[in-house]
Design a protein around this ligand. Structure first.
Ligand code: SF4
Ligand code: SF4
Length: 94
């Protein structure tokens, strides 16, 4: 499973300090400065795509590597494809 930058992003909806926002390109991002490490986004992501950084105690998730995802480049069989419009993806649990 990878983060699909869900249109209906539960992680973003539940953050109590609005640390999670969507960029104009559709990428769901976490602002580490605002994150208080409450872990609610971790609980609510249906595909376990948010984690707490053990050093900073802040939430981290896939942010598409600034448009050049390392997972896509590394996949030996081409099973991962970087779609042009991630914001159109639906939360798989909707
Ligand atoms: S897959 Fe999880 S982390 Fe990614 S946008 Fe959806 S709810 Fe957020
Ligand atoms: S861990 Fe951080 S980003 Fe996640 S819900 Fe809590 S404050 Fe928001």
């Amino acid at each position: 499973m990878v983060c699909s930058q869900c249109e209906n992003a539960y992680c973003m909806q539940v953050c109590p300090v609005d640390a999670i926002t969507r960029s104009p390109e559709g990428v769901v991002r976490i602002d580490a400065e605002q994150c208080i490490g409450c872990a609610l986004c971790i609980q609510y992501c249906p595909v376990n795509m948010v984690h707490l950084d053990p050093d900073t105690k802040k939430a981290v998730k896939c942010e598409l590597c600034q448009g050049d995802p390392a997972c896509v480049a590394a996949c030996p069989t081409g099973a991962l494809v970087f779609a042009a419009s991630p914001a159109k993806e639906q939360n798989p649990h909707d």
